[in-house]
Design a protein around this ligand. Sequence first.
Ligand code: MG
Length: 284
Amino acid sequence: MHILRSLRELNLMRKAGLLVWEAHQLVGSMIRPGVSTLEVDRTVEAFFASHHATPLFKGVPGDKGPFPAVCCISVNEEVVHGIPSRRMLKEGDIVSVDTGCRLDGWCGDAAYTFAVGRLDPEVQRLLDVTQGVLELAIDLMSKKSRWSQVAEQMGAYVRDMGFSTVENFVGHGIGRDMHEEPQVPNFVSPSLQRNGDFSLEPGLVIAIEPMVNMGTKKVRQHNDSWTQSTSDGLPSAHFEHTVAITDQGIWVLTDPPGVGPNEHVPVVPVPEVKQQRMVRAGRQ
Ligand code: MG
Protein backbone atom coordinates (compact mmCIF):
# COMPACT_ATOMS: atom_id res chain seq x y z
CA MET A 1 0.00 0.00 0.00
CA HIS A 2 1.45 3.35 -0.95
CA ILE A 3 1.62 6.43 1.25
CA LEU A 4 -0.10 9.71 0.40
CA ARG A 5 1.92 12.84 1.20
CA SER A 6 0.73 16.11 2.73
CA LEU A 7 1.41 19.44 1.04
CA ARG A 8 4.02 20.13 3.74
CA GLU A 9 5.81 16.90 2.80
CA LEU A 10 5.55 17.69 -0.92
CA ASN A 11 7.21 21.05 -0.30
CA LEU A 12 10.11 19.21 1.34
CA MET A 13 10.31 16.72 -1.54
CA ARG A 14 10.35 19.67 -3.95
CA LYS A 15 13.66 20.80 -2.42
CA ALA A 16 15.24 17.42 -3.21
CA GLY A 17 13.65 17.49 -6.68
CA LEU A 18 15.08 20.95 -7.41
CA LEU A 19 18.55 19.76 -6.49
CA VAL A 20 18.18 16.79 -8.86
CA TRP A 21 17.02 19.19 -11.60
CA GLU A 22 20.07 21.36 -10.95
CA ALA A 23 22.38 18.31 -11.10
CA HIS A 24 20.99 17.49 -14.54
CA GLN A 25 21.58 21.08 -15.69
CA LEU A 26 25.18 20.62 -14.66
CA VAL A 27 25.37 17.32 -16.56
CA GLY A 28 23.82 18.94 -19.65
CA SER A 29 26.47 21.67 -19.60
CA MET A 30 29.26 19.03 -19.56
CA ILE A 31 28.05 16.71 -22.29
CA ARG A 32 30.31 16.95 -25.33
CA PRO A 33 32.69 14.71 -27.29
CA GLY A 34 35.80 13.82 -25.25
CA VAL A 35 34.18 13.92 -21.80
CA SER A 36 34.25 10.66 -19.85
CA THR A 37 31.20 9.35 -18.04
CA LEU A 38 33.33 9.18 -14.87
CA GLU A 39 33.96 12.94 -15.06
CA VAL A 40 30.21 13.49 -15.27
CA ASP A 41 29.62 11.26 -12.25
CA ARG A 42 32.30 12.95 -10.14
CA THR A 43 30.87 16.37 -10.91
CA VAL A 44 27.40 15.30 -9.74
CA GLU A 45 28.88 13.66 -6.63
CA ALA A 46 30.67 16.90 -5.70
CA PHE A 47 27.50 18.90 -6.41
CA PHE A 48 25.35 16.78 -4.07
CA ALA A 49 28.05 16.83 -1.40
CA SER A 50 28.26 20.63 -1.56
CA HIS A 51 24.51 20.79 -0.84
CA HIS A 52 24.67 18.21 1.99
CA ALA A 53 22.48 15.85 -0.04
CA THR A 54 22.98 12.07 0.03
CA PRO A 55 23.24 10.35 -3.36
CA LEU A 56 20.66 7.57 -3.68
CA PHE A 57 22.33 5.20 -6.12
CA LYS A 58 25.81 4.77 -4.64
CA GLY A 59 25.94 1.63 -2.50
CA VAL A 60 22.68 0.05 -3.70
CA PRO A 61 23.33 -3.71 -3.24
CA GLY A 62 23.80 -5.87 -6.35
CA ASP A 63 24.73 -9.47 -7.25
CA LYS A 64 28.43 -8.63 -7.69
CA GLY A 65 28.71 -5.80 -5.21
CA PRO A 66 27.10 -2.44 -4.55
CA PHE A 67 26.54 0.16 -7.29
CA PRO A 68 29.75 2.21 -7.27
CA ALA A 69 28.58 5.60 -8.52
CA VAL A 70 26.23 8.53 -7.95
CA CYS A 71 24.76 8.39 -11.47
CA CYS A 72 23.71 5.54 -13.70
CA ILE A 73 25.18 6.51 -17.06
CA SER A 74 24.12 4.42 -20.06
CA VAL A 75 25.49 5.10 -23.56
CA ASN A 76 23.75 4.26 -26.87
CA GLU A 77 22.51 0.62 -26.67
CA GLU A 78 22.83 0.64 -22.87
CA VAL A 79 19.34 0.96 -21.40
CA VAL A 80 19.86 1.59 -17.67
CA HIS A 81 22.21 1.03 -14.73
CA GLY A 82 25.38 1.77 -16.71
CA ILE A 83 28.45 2.24 -14.52
CA PRO A 84 30.41 5.48 -15.12
CA SER A 85 33.87 4.76 -16.52
CA ARG A 86 36.77 6.27 -18.43
CA ARG A 87 34.78 5.74 -21.64
CA MET A 88 34.80 9.01 -23.54
CA LEU A 89 31.67 10.28 -25.23
CA LYS A 90 31.86 10.88 -28.96
CA GLU A 91 29.92 12.82 -31.57
CA GLY A 92 26.58 11.15 -32.32
CA ASP A 93 26.34 9.23 -29.02
CA ILE A 94 23.31 9.42 -26.77
CA VAL A 95 23.89 9.24 -23.04
CA SER A 96 21.21 8.49 -20.45
CA VAL A 97 21.99 9.94 -17.03
CA ASP A 98 19.82 8.87 -14.10
CA THR A 99 20.49 10.30 -10.66
CA GLY A 100 18.76 11.06 -7.39
CA CYS A 101 19.44 12.41 -3.93
CA ARG A 102 18.00 12.57 -0.44
CA LEU A 103 17.82 16.01 1.15
CA ASP A 104 16.65 16.46 4.74
CA GLY A 105 15.17 12.95 4.62
CA TRP A 106 13.25 13.28 1.31
CA CYS A 107 14.12 11.85 -2.11
CA GLY A 108 14.11 13.14 -5.69
CA ASP A 109 14.88 11.10 -8.83
CA ALA A 110 15.10 12.07 -12.51
CA ALA A 111 16.74 10.95 -15.76
CA TYR A 112 17.50 12.56 -19.10
CA THR A 113 19.00 11.23 -22.30
CA PHE A 114 21.43 13.78 -23.73
CA ALA A 115 22.64 14.09 -27.30
CA VAL A 116 26.39 14.31 -27.85
CA GLY A 117 26.69 16.70 -30.77
CA ARG A 118 24.59 15.99 -33.84
CA LEU A 119 22.47 12.85 -33.91
CA ASP A 120 21.22 10.61 -36.65
CA PRO A 121 17.61 11.83 -37.26
CA GLU A 122 16.10 8.48 -36.24
CA VAL A 123 18.05 8.54 -32.95
CA GLN A 124 16.83 12.10 -32.35
CA ARG A 125 13.27 10.84 -32.95
CA LEU A 126 13.87 8.12 -30.34
CA LEU A 127 14.79 10.83 -27.81
CA ASP A 128 11.76 12.96 -28.75
CA VAL A 129 9.36 10.02 -28.48
CA THR A 130 10.77 8.90 -25.11
CA GLN A 131 10.48 12.40 -23.71
CA GLY A 132 7.11 12.64 -25.44
CA VAL A 133 5.73 9.55 -23.70
CA LEU A 134 6.85 10.91 -20.31
CA GLU A 135 5.12 14.23 -21.09
CA LEU A 136 2.03 12.30 -22.19
CA ALA A 137 1.95 10.43 -18.88
CA ILE A 138 2.32 13.66 -16.88
CA ASP A 139 -0.50 15.22 -18.89
CA LEU A 140 -2.78 12.20 -18.40
CA MET A 141 -2.18 12.14 -14.62
CA SER A 142 -4.76 14.93 -14.20
CA LYS A 143 -7.23 13.46 -16.69
CA LYS A 144 -7.43 9.80 -15.66
CA SER A 145 -8.47 8.18 -12.41
CA ARG A 146 -6.32 4.99 -12.46
CA TRP A 147 -2.66 4.42 -13.46
CA SER A 148 -3.63 1.56 -15.81
CA GLN A 149 -5.41 4.11 -18.02
CA VAL A 150 -2.20 6.12 -18.30
CA ALA A 151 -0.01 3.05 -18.80
CA GLU A 152 -2.23 1.78 -21.61
CA GLN A 153 -1.87 5.05 -23.54
CA MET A 154 1.88 5.16 -22.90
CA GLY A 155 2.32 1.69 -24.37
CA ALA A 156 0.13 2.51 -27.38
CA TYR A 157 1.94 5.78 -28.03
CA VAL A 158 5.38 4.16 -28.19
CA ARG A 159 4.02 1.34 -30.37
CA ASP A 160 2.41 3.82 -32.76
CA MET A 161 5.74 5.61 -33.09
CA GLY A 162 7.36 2.34 -34.21
CA PHE A 163 9.51 1.84 -31.09
CA SER A 164 9.26 -0.55 -28.13
CA THR A 165 8.80 -0.01 -24.39
CA VAL A 166 11.24 -1.80 -22.10
CA GLU A 167 9.26 -4.08 -19.79
CA ASN A 168 11.99 -5.33 -17.44
CA PHE A 169 12.18 -2.03 -15.57
CA VAL A 170 9.41 0.18 -14.22
CA GLY A 171 8.93 3.39 -12.28
CA HIS A 172 8.17 3.53 -8.58
CA GLY A 173 6.65 5.34 -5.66
CA ILE A 174 9.10 7.72 -3.97
CA GLY A 175 9.23 9.59 -0.68
CA ARG A 176 11.42 8.89 2.33
CA ASP A 177 13.00 6.14 0.22
CA MET A 178 13.86 6.10 -3.46
CA HIS A 179 11.91 2.93 -4.18
CA GLU A 180 8.53 2.75 -2.50
CA GLU A 181 5.17 1.28 -3.44
CA PRO A 182 3.55 1.26 -5.96
CA GLN A 183 5.33 -0.12 -9.01
CA VAL A 184 4.73 2.21 -11.98
CA PRO A 185 4.96 0.31 -15.29
CA ASN A 186 5.05 2.19 -18.59
CA PHE A 187 2.68 -0.33 -20.20
CA VAL A 188 -0.18 -2.52 -19.00
CA SER A 189 1.72 -5.33 -17.30
CA PRO A 190 0.16 -8.58 -16.05
CA SER A 191 0.88 -7.57 -12.44
CA LEU A 192 -0.76 -4.18 -13.02
CA GLN A 193 -3.85 -5.96 -14.31
CA ARG A 194 -3.81 -8.51 -11.49
CA ASN A 195 -3.52 -6.34 -8.40
CA GLY A 196 -1.03 -3.55 -9.09
CA ASP A 197 -3.35 -0.81 -10.30
CA PHE A 198 -3.72 2.32 -8.17
CA SER A 199 -5.85 5.44 -8.16
CA LEU A 200 -4.49 8.85 -9.10
CA GLU A 201 -5.33 10.97 -6.06
CA PRO A 202 -3.85 13.98 -4.25
CA GLY A 203 -0.78 13.06 -2.20
CA LEU A 204 0.45 10.37 -4.60
CA VAL A 205 4.13 10.79 -5.58
CA ILE A 206 5.63 8.56 -8.25
CA ALA A 207 8.77 8.47 -10.37
CA ILE A 208 7.67 7.89 -13.95
CA GLU A 209 10.54 6.61 -16.09
CA PRO A 210 9.86 5.21 -19.55
CA MET A 211 12.72 3.44 -21.31
CA VAL A 212 12.18 3.18 -25.05
CA ASN A 213 14.16 1.04 -27.50
CA MET A 214 14.55 1.61 -31.21
CA GLY A 215 14.35 -2.14 -31.89
CA THR A 216 13.46 -5.04 -29.63
CA LYS A 217 12.14 -4.45 -26.12
CA LYS A 218 14.43 -7.23 -24.88
CA VAL A 219 17.44 -6.39 -22.74
CA ARG A 220 20.49 -8.31 -21.59
CA GLN A 221 22.55 -7.87 -18.45
CA HIS A 222 26.32 -7.35 -18.65
CA ASN A 223 28.81 -9.36 -16.61
CA ASP A 224 29.16 -6.45 -14.17
CA SER A 225 25.62 -7.45 -13.02
CA TRP A 226 24.45 -3.83 -13.40
CA THR A 227 24.57 -2.55 -16.97
CA GLN A 228 21.55 -3.45 -19.11
CA SER A 229 21.74 -3.22 -22.90
CA THR A 230 19.31 -3.85 -25.71
CA SER A 231 19.54 -7.44 -27.01
CA ASP A 232 19.85 -6.25 -30.61
CA GLY A 233 22.40 -3.50 -29.94
CA LEU A 234 20.09 -0.71 -31.17
CA PRO A 235 19.88 2.52 -29.13
CA SER A 236 17.69 3.10 -26.09
CA ALA A 237 16.52 6.30 -24.36
CA HIS A 238 15.30 7.04 -20.82
CA PHE A 239 13.55 10.05 -19.28
CA GLU A 240 12.23 10.34 -15.74
CA HIS A 241 10.51 12.85 -13.48
CA THR A 242 9.32 12.70 -9.88
CA VAL A 243 5.65 13.68 -10.11
CA ALA A 244 3.12 14.53 -7.38
CA ILE A 245 -0.64 14.96 -7.46
CA THR A 246 -1.89 17.89 -5.37
CA ASP A 247 -5.30 19.46 -4.84
CA GLN A 248 -4.12 22.23 -7.17
CA GLY A 249 -3.05 19.83 -9.93
CA ILE A 250 0.03 17.93 -11.08
CA TRP A 251 3.35 19.08 -9.62
CA VAL A 252 6.52 17.84 -11.30
CA LEU A 253 8.91 17.97 -8.35
CA THR A 254 12.01 17.69 -10.57
CA ASP A 255 10.95 20.65 -12.76
CA PRO A 256 12.98 23.91 -12.92
CA PRO A 257 12.66 26.52 -10.14
CA GLY A 258 9.50 28.61 -10.08
CA VAL A 259 7.31 25.91 -11.61
CA GLY A 260 4.40 24.93 -9.36
CA PRO A 261 1.35 22.67 -9.54
CA ASN A 262 -0.31 22.73 -12.97
CA GLU A 263 2.59 24.71 -14.46
CA HIS A 264 4.72 21.92 -15.96
CA VAL A 265 6.24 23.03 -19.24
CA PRO A 266 7.55 20.21 -21.44
CA VAL A 267 11.12 20.63 -22.70
CA VAL A 268 10.11 19.28 -26.09
CA PRO A 269 6.61 19.22 -27.56
CA VAL A 270 4.95 15.81 -27.62
CA PRO A 271 5.26 14.42 -31.17
CA GLU A 272 1.93 13.92 -32.91
CA VAL A 273 1.07 10.25 -33.27
CA LYS A 274 -0.89 10.84 -36.48
CA GLN A 275 2.01 12.62 -38.15
CA GLN A 276 4.47 9.87 -37.21
CA ARG A 277 2.16 7.20 -38.56
CA MET A 278 2.32 8.95 -41.93
CA VAL A 279 6.11 9.01 -41.76
CA ARG A 280 6.19 5.29 -41.07
CA ALA A 281 3.70 4.55 -43.83
CA GLY A 282 5.84 6.56 -46.24
CA ARG A 283 8.85 4.39 -45.49
CA GLN A 284 7.22 1.09 -46.21
MG1 MG B 1 13.79 6.04 -10.71
